[in-house]
Structure formats: structure tokens, C-alpha cells
Design a binder for this molecule. Structure first.
Ligand code: C2E
Ligand code: CA
Ligand code: CA
Length: 647
């Protein structure tokens, strides 16, 4: 349609053009071309846009030389500019068409409303008509272009036009008002016209400097990636858009594990070189519309404005980890880097940028702690979630107000079936929330410095209970779970000794359970505490065996008496070949290291029989008995003793 308009305009105005002021055409056409070729670059919503300065010249040409001259000049200009910019042919045709339509419409207004012919001079009474014509030129031009852009980008056309027109009004709209001035200048002498290029050039320089300054303010100088500010801006914008389109947005924080080591051992320069290589690695697996940022240090952030959902985000995180896993080639070294990624999704995990960033951060720490590569935010594992903060507040009072209770779970020798001990398992009798399981508050207690009072309570209570049972003639060993923090406390063995003495319990009747991970955090210090406990005669067990990362070499050095095979392997033994192999080989390993081996999570007779066959020493699990409150446990133990006596 636009091209047809061009043809019509040119045909109808050609004779007119020949008689018209060729001088105008000769001066303005190059200016129009120049205006299209060298646009002023500006930034809007952190996207770079171009404002072309061709329109005032083209419009002047329309006023002085008619639509044909203006349309031709614009057609030539946009053709040259699009070719220089290597734009596809359809874009060049679209631009030419759109210009011709604007010129045609505006020209029709001029001929309809006024008596504009060639050679006329500008008089004040013509200004309103020129104003209307300029408005039509502006409107047609921008509505056509805006609609085209919005359609191509699959955006809401009305919404896009509303925003775009406001912006264009302040830029090209204002430029159009230059036309009468250009025209008056041309009235005097055409030689004055090129002088107008000077202020435009000044604006041009200003805009480029401004743009460079803005770029600096929004980018990280080392990696040229977006900085924290730009990342926030883009996230805010993406969330706005997502709220309208009801799509899912993902924010991911990536932390390089052991980056400090690189800096310390290879020097800061190498560290910098490594950081510069991260962005290109990540962009290889991301989309153009995603943003990669370096908010600071060895931390990177990724914004995915539109993801399918949690699974898709996890897949992308996986791909990013894979991309980072390839060696990095730094001058003279090959480097392997691990990373931890935390993922937060909107709307499920938060609706605003701060919440999302904070939650991605929590997830990232969890990923680091569990060495799992990536983690999606989970409120139940967030120590800062409102629910946990409330719980933490209550937890501080729980110890003083006696809200913890102990349940006991029996352990039996697999050969004889005799009961050899119990494990003390703490529960929190919350005044409003009822009985809270330990997994929901023990990690919270550990992180908030309540490890010591919690463990001392459990120790004291279970030794008191053991004392009771001993008075009844029931002799057992009680197992108590420790936290990693307890093992970092050099006074802990002294606390234990005092309690054993207070309840008159032989040290060998107390078994302390530790996990591999709690040892690994600071082995030297932990080993000191463990040795002190062992020298006192207290027994030690390695709990949840198989879920941690300790090496066999380490295991040999740990002064423990007992290995507890994690319940996840025992429970799946019948259905999963590899779990069966793990159970079997752990039993073999324990035998070789001369350790007692305990299977936890024994839920049925089949597992029990299998463990007997494999030569496991001790079983614990629902098949034998669930954890029970003290009174129920006492009753249960009496019955078990009666059954044993009857045999
Ligand atoms: P854990 O030390 O591995 O304790 C065994 C957990 O497995 C207990 O959960 C127990 O109820 C459960 N269990 C026992 N037999 C079976 C079975 O046959 N099948 C299944 N599915 N589960 C079984 P609980 O009491 O919820 O304790 C969870 C964890 O909380 C414990 O794991 C331990 O790590 C921690 N914990 C419990 N009490 C204490 C405590 O007093 N101090 C510390 N620091 N941690 C504790
Ligand atoms: Ca345990
Ligand atoms: Ca366990």
C-alpha cells in the first residue's frame, strides 16, 4: 500500500517537481539522507533507541517542494540507511512504504486546507495548517511504524503505541517543529540551511556522551555484563510484563565455589581473566532476551523473563553448570570451576525484585551447603522465611519453658533379637502448633546458636531416663544425636562428663551420633573433641552413613565404634539394586574396619531377614518399634523383657 502511494505521489508530482525549486531538492535531499544515516542514539527503559533527524528536513521539503520531492528524498534516505545498516529487504521496503504514506497523508492535508504551491513564502497565518499537517505526518508515521514493531515483537499493539507515541512526541515530534524555522532560513538563502546541522551535531555529541556515561553506570567494567542496578531494572520490567502476560519469571544467582582459592593461588589478574570468561559461557546456553549480570565479586545473576516453570528453570540451571564445567583456559593453566546456583521464580516465590533476589540467595547458599549444584527456593528450608523467624522466636523460649520432649526408638541385635539400646529423638511440643518434628527445628536451632542448650537438654533428659530404667533393672545404652556445632565446642566433653556423673551412668552406656558432614566442616577441631569423648569411654556412631562426602581414608581416622547405614538405602533395599549393593558393601566395609554396623529404617520382616543374612549387627526401624514417649517406651521394654524371658 505504501509503495503504491509512493508511485502515485511521484507520478502526480513529477512535472511539478521539474518546475519546482530544484535548489531545495538539492539541498534538502542530502540532509534527509544524512539524518537517516546518522541517527541520535538515546536510551529508553534501558533499551537503546534511535531518533532520526531526517523528518524536519523531509517535512520542509514537503512544504516547499511538494509531496513527490519529500517522498522521494525519504525513500532514498531510508534505502541508503537500511542498506548501510544491512537491514533485510522487507524492512527497507516497509520503511519506504511507511514514509510515503505519511508524506501522502500530510500532503493531502496541505493541499486540502491551504494553498501550498512551489515558491511560496512562509506567512504566520499558514502556521495552523502546517501544524495540522505536521501532526498528521507524525501520527501516520508513528502509528504505522509502532504497529509494525509491536506486531513483529508479538506485543500488545495498543499498549505499545501508547508508550511509544509519548516517547516519539518528545523526540521526533519536537524535531518536526523545526520545519518552519528551516523553511524561513531557506527563504532567505539556502546556504543557511546546512548551518542547522551544527546544533544537531551538538545534540548528537551530547547524546553519545550521555549514552556512554549511562552505559558505564549500568555495566560492570571488568566483564561488560549488566551490573546490579541494570539487573534490578530489567527484573522490575520483566515482572511488570509477566504480571500482564501471566508468565513465569526466573531469577538465578550463581556463585563460583572456591573462587577465592583461584585469587589466592594464581593472583588477582588470573581471577579477573576467569571472571571475564563466565559471561560468554553462560550466554551460550541462554536466550537473547535473558540478562546476565555480575552484581559483584564472584557472583553472577541471570534473569529469564519468561520460563515454562520450575522444571524448565532447573534444566537451564543444569545447562549453565555444564557450560561452566568445561575447563577454563587461563594463561598457562587449565582450571576447573564448580558453581552453585540458587533459583527463585515469580510469582510463586515472590512478586518483587528484592524478595526474589533474597530468595535466590537463600537457595544458592543451600546449593552450596548441599553441594548439589543448584537448588530451587523452598520456604521450608529458608531460615529467613516469616514462618521460620516466628518459629525461631518461639524456639528461644522453648527450652526455658520445657517444651521439648524425648521419644525413644528401640535398637535390637539382629542375631538374637534382644534389645540393646534406644535412640533418643527430640520433639517440640509447641503450644499452638502441636508436636513439631526435629527436622523442622534442629537445623534452625543450630544456625541460631541454640545447639548447646538443645543438646544439653536432650543429654540430661535421656541420662535421667536411663537412670530410671536402671533402677527398674532395665540396662540399655542410649544414643543421642549431636549437631555439628557441638563438635566445634571444646568444652562439650566436659559438659558430657558432668552429666554422666550427675546421673551416675557409666560412659559406655552413652552413644553419641554424629554425621559425616558435621565432621567435614572442620576436621582438625572436630577430631580433637571426638578423641576427648572417646578417651572418656563414651561410644561414638557415624549416622546417616552413605549420604555424605567423606572419603574412606577419612573414615579410617575417625574414632567411631559404629556405622549407621542411612535409612534411605535400607528402606529401598528390596526394590533398588544399587541400594542393596550399598547396604551390602557398607556391611563389608564396617566388618573390615572392625566397626559395629547398624541398619536404620528397617520397616518389614523381609528387610530384617535380608540384613541377618548379610551379617548386619543391629537393626532399628518401624518393624521393631516406632519412636515412643518415655512412658510408652518403658511399657514396651517391659513387654520385650517378658517375651525374652519366656523363650
Ligand atoms: P536420624 O538420627 O537419622 O533419626 C532417625 C529418624 O528416622 C527418626 O526421625 C525416626 O523416627 C526415623 N525412623 C526410624 N525408623 C524408621 C523407619 O523404619 N522408617 C522411616 N521412614 N523412618 C524411620 P525423627 O525422629 O523425625 O528425626 C529426624 C532427624 O532429626 C534425626 O535423624 C536426627 O538427625 C535429628 N534429630 C532427632 N533428634 C535429635 C536431637 O535430639 N538432637 C539432634 N541434634 N538431632 C536430632
Ligand atoms: Ca540418629
Ligand atoms: Ca540416621
Amino acid at each position: 500500500m505504501g509503495l503504491t502511494a509512493l508511485a502515485l505521489i511521484v507520478a502526480s508530482g513529477f512535472s511539478h517537481l521539474l518546475h519546482g525549486p530544484l535548489g531545495h531538492v538539492a539541498v534538502f535531499t542530502p540532509l534527509v539522507v544524512l539524518g537517516e544515516l546518522v541517527p541520535i542514539r538515546v536510551r529508553r527503559h534501558d533499551v537503546e533507541e534511535e531518533v532520526t533527524v531526517s523528518t524536519p528536513f523531509a517535512f520542509t521539503l514537503l512544504l516547499t517542494s511538494g509531496p513527490a520531492a519529500a517522498a522521494l528524498a525519504l525513500a532514498v534516505a531510508s534505502c541508503v540507511a537500511d542498506m548501510a545498516g544491512r537491514k533485510p529487504l522487507w524492512k527497507a521496503l516497509f520503511n519506504m512504504g511507511q514514509f510515503s504514506l505519511s508524506v501522502g497523508a500530510s500532503g493531502a492535508v496541505l493541499t486540502g486546507l491551504g494553498t501550498f504551491g512551489p515558491h511560496h513564502h512562509l506567512t504566520p497565518d499558514q502556521l495552523p495548517v502546517i501544524g495540522v499537517a505536521a501532526a498528521v505526518f507524525f501520527a501516520v508515521n508513528n502509528v504505522v511504524t509502532g504497529t509494525g514493531i509491536a506486531l513483529a515483537a508479538k506485543k500488545n499493539v495498543a499498549e505499545f503505541l501508547r508508550r511509544d507515541l509519548l516517547f516519539q512526541m518528545g523526540t521526533t515530534g519536537v524535531l518536526l517543529t523545526l520545519a518552519p524555522i528551516v523553511m524561513s532560513a531557506a527563504d532567505d538563502t539556502l546556504l543557511l540551511v546546512p548551518l542547522l546541522l551544527l546544533p544537531i551535531a551538538a545534540v548528537h555529541t551530547c547524546a553519545s556522551t550521555l549514552l556512554a556515561k549511562e552505559y558505564e553506570a549500568l555495566h560492570d567494567p571488568l566483564t561488560a555484563l549488566a551490573n546490579r542496578r541494570l539487573f534490578r531494572d530489567r527484573t522490575i520490567e520483566a515482572l511488570d510484563e509477566a504480571a500482564r502476560t501471566k508468565t513465569v519469571t526466573a531469577v538465578m544467582l550463581i556463585d563460583l565455589d572456591r573462587f577465592k582459592e583461584v585469587n589466592d593461588t594464581l593472583g588477582h589478574h588470573m581471577g579477573d581473566v576467569l571472571l571475564q570468561q563466565i559471561g560468554p559461557r553462560l550466554s551460550g546456553v541462554l536466550r537473547e532476551s535473558d540478562t546476565i549480570a555480575r552484581p559483584g565479586g564472584d557472583e553472577f545473576a541471570v534473569l529469564l523473563p519468561d520460563v515454562q516453570g520450575e522444571l524448565a528453570a532447573m534444566e537451564i540451571a543444569d545447562r549453565m553448570l555444564e557450560a561452566l564445567e568445561q575447563h577454563f583456559t587461563l594463561p598457562e593453566v587449565l582450571l576447573d570451576i564448580d558453581a552453585s546456583i540458587g533459583i527463585a521464580l515469580s510469582p510463586v516465590h515472590g512478586m518483587d525484585v528484592d524478595t526474589l533476589m533474597q530468595r535466590a540467595d537463600v537457595a544458592m547458599y543451600l546449593a552450596k551447603e548441599t553441594k548439589s549444584g543448584y537448588q530451587v527456593y523452598a520456604p521450608e528450608r529458608d531460615p529467613y522465611s516469616p514462618k521460620h523467624l516466628r518459629l525461631l522466636h518461639d524456639l528461644r523460649h522453648a527450652i526455658e519453658s520445657d517444651q521439648f520432649v524425648l521419644h525413644y526408638q528401640p535398637k535390637a541385635a539382629l542375631g538374637s533379637g534382644s534389645i540393646i539400646g534406644v535412640e533418643a529423638l527430640v520433639r517440640w511440643q509447641h503450644p499452638e502448633q502441636g508436636l513439631i518434628p526435629p527436622d523442622d527445628f534442629v537445623p534452625l536451632a543450630e544456625r541460631s546458636g541454640l545447639s548447646r542448650p538443645l543438646t544439653l537438654f536432650v543429654l540430661n533428659e535421656s541420662l535421667r531416663q536411663l537412670h530410671e530404667w536402671r533402677k527398674e533393672g532395665i540396662h540399655l545404652r542410649v544414643a543421642v544425636n549431636l549437631t555439628g556445632r557441638n563438635l566445634h565446642d571444646p568444652n562439650f566433653p566436659i559438659d558430657v562428663a558432668k552429666l554422666l556423673e550427675a546421673w551416675d551412668i557409666p560412659a559406655g552406656d552413652l552413644l553419641l551420633e554424629i554425621t559425616e558432614n558435621s565432621v567435614m566442616s572442620d576436621p582438625a577441631r572436630v577430631l580433637g573433641v571426638l578423641k576427648a569423648l572417646r578417651e572418656m569411654g563414651v561410644e561414638l556412631a557415624l549416622d546417616d552413613f552413605g549420604t555424605g562426602y567423606s572419603s574412606l581414608a577419612y573414615l579410617k581416622r575417625l574414632p567411631v565404634h559404629e556405622l549407621k547405614i542411612d535409612k534411605s538405602f535400607v528402606m529401598n533395599m528390596a526394590g533398588d539394586e544399587s541400594d542393596a549393593v550399598i547396604v551390602q558393601s557398607t556391611i563389608g566395609l564396617a566388618r573390615n574396619l572392625k566397626l559395629r554396623v547398624v541398619a536404620e529404617g528397617v520397616e518389614d520382616k523381609a528387610a530384617w531377614d535380608e540384613l541377618v543374612a548379610l551379617g548386619c549387627d543391629v537393626a532399628q526401624g518401624y518393624f521393631l518399634g516406632r519412636p515412643m514417649a518415655a512412658a510408652a517406651m518403658t511399657e514396651w521394654l517391659r513387654n520385650a523383657a517378658a517375651v525374652a524371658a519366656a523363650h
